[in-house]
Design a protein around this ligand. Structure first.
Ligand SMILES: *Cc1c(COP(=O)(O)O)cnc(C)c1O
Length: 433
């Protein structure tokens, strides 16, 4: 499989080239040059096959001949070693729990897969590879755990000081080994800017071997198709259209959903469910994409004012507003509504939703109000509620039980380095360590 840039001005490259570079040389994002559709019969077969086999069949065309089948099989089976659970709150509303991996959030899918893919691609390299990642919460821990101890690779994580929860922070700042965390005095957008600037810096890239693990990396996006397929396998067969509500920040998750639709999954429409950072819902209404600084909210993993996967969404919809609108409907919720939704879900369904999942539920409810026809809703549950225990406590009056894994990590000491938001300092750091 060849990969092209959304910018249209970069040469085609291999999967290895796309994964190692992250961002294409023309500043665009890598996309598979073609997407092969599975027939309805093949999709039907997916229901009866083991999940690892299904993931393998889904991703194989995107790897092509570049990865021997046994290597790809090993990457898939080692990275997706935890379940995807479908919980039906009502006959027409289902929640897909994507948080049963090691860091209790859906980013484990992308990060674990990409770490193993990169590990394979850099074997035999002499220079150490540095993975740069800016995180607004959950990417950092998923990437850190994904890469922990992978030989030949070090990870540098940038995160906005005091804008993420203690549980999120502790999950990636306590590991040591090949993982370094920089606590940046600034916002997530500052962190993202530093990473982007580093990749655009030719001099730096001559001296250091850099790649990205943000959701711009195609290696993270491909495995995110897996759980959209998992939902299809587990959902009761229904004759009414399926609407998938995706709590969104950088829009990697939703982009992967559209990939899954392009390979054949029957999804009628996606809902871009955001918090107050509603740049995409606003775009869907007005046709104008206006990036702006991120606003801090209680669903902080989605506090993104300039979603970095947006060019891919446009590209998948042939860069035409009317196609984007056909594919995606948008909804932005504020914090007050999010807390109220968490309370409602707990009371009505006896289910504890984390604030991001609650934003997804609000998107679905809003969609239903405007579309009274019979529909089936699927909300992606992106994080375990225990990761946001204080907010859950505020919403429903009690804290969710703390999973063993999280309790152990909260006890460890934070090892991060306080850091400025200046690019000069960042470059200096990368060259001197
Ligand atoms: C990252 C994240 C999101 C947003 O996903 P995108 O792919 O960036 O849109 C939503 N919820 C949680 C818990 C996250 O960690």
């Amino acid at each position: 499989m060849r990969y092209r840039s959304t910018g249209g001005k970069a040469p085609l490259t291999s999967l290895r080239g796309a994964v190692l570079r992250g961002l294409a040389p023309d500043g665009g994002l890598y996309m598979p040059a073609e997407i092969a559709r599975h027939s309805p019969e093949e999709l039907e077969d997916f229901r009866g096959l083991p999940f690892t086999e299904v993931c393998f069949r889904v991703v194989r065309p995107f790897a092509g001949v570049e990865l021997p089948e046994d290597v790809l099989w090993q990457i898939v089976s080692e990275s997706i070693n935890f379940p995807v659970k479908l919980v039906s709150l009502s006959p027409a509303l289902h929640v897909l729990e994507l948080f049963h991996g090691p860091t209790l959030a859906f980013k484990d899918f992308g990060a674990r897969f990409m770490a193993r893919l990169l590990g394979y691609f850099v074997r035999g390299e002499t220079k150490q590879l540095t993975v740069l990642v800016a995180t607004s919460g959950d990417t950092g821990s998923a990437v850190a755990h994904g890469f922990l101890g992978v030989p030949g690779i070090r990870v540098v994580i940038l995160y906005p000081s005091k804008r993420i929860s203690e549980a999120q922070e502790k999950q990636f700042t306590t590991l040591g080994e090949n993982i370094t965390a920089l606590e940046v005095a600034g916002s997530f957008d500052d962190c993202q800017r530093l990473v982007k600037q580093a990749f655009a810096d030719e001099e730096l890239n001559k001296r250091a071997f850099l790649t990205s693990a943000n959701s711009i990396n195609i290696g993270r996006l491909l495995p995110q198709m897996f759980y959209h397929v998992a939902a299809y396998r587990q959902l009761p067969v229904a004759s009414v259209p399926l609407i998938v509500s995706v709590p969104s920040g950088n829009f990697g998750n939703l982009t992967a959903g559209i990939f899954a639709k392009r390979i054949g999954l029957p999804v009628a429409r996606f809902i871009a469910s955001t918090n107050a950072n509603d740049v995409v819902p606003q775009y869907l209404l007005s046709g104008e994409f206006r990036a702006r600084p991120g606003i801090a909210t209680i669903s902080n993993a989605m506090d993104v004012g300039n979603p970095n996967n947006f060019p891919r969404l446009l590209d998948l919809c042939r860069n035409r507003l009317e196609y984007v609108q056909k594919e995606i409907w948008g909804h932005g919720a504020n914090d007050e509504e999010t807390l109220a939704a968490m309370k409602m879900v707990h009371e009505r369904y006896n289910y504890i939703a984390d604030p991001h999942t609650a934003v997804g539920i609000l998107g679905w409810e809003a969609y239903k109000r405007e579309h009274p026809e019979p529909l089936q809703g699927l909300v992606l549950a992106t994080a375990h509620p225990a990761k946001f225990a204080d907010i859950v406590q505020r919403a429903i009056g009690s804290a969710p039980p703390l999973p063993e894994r999280l309790a152990a990590c909260l006890k460890r000491a934070k090892l991060s380095r306080p850091f400025s938001s200046s690019y000069t300092d960042f470059k200096q750091f990368l060259l001197s360590h």
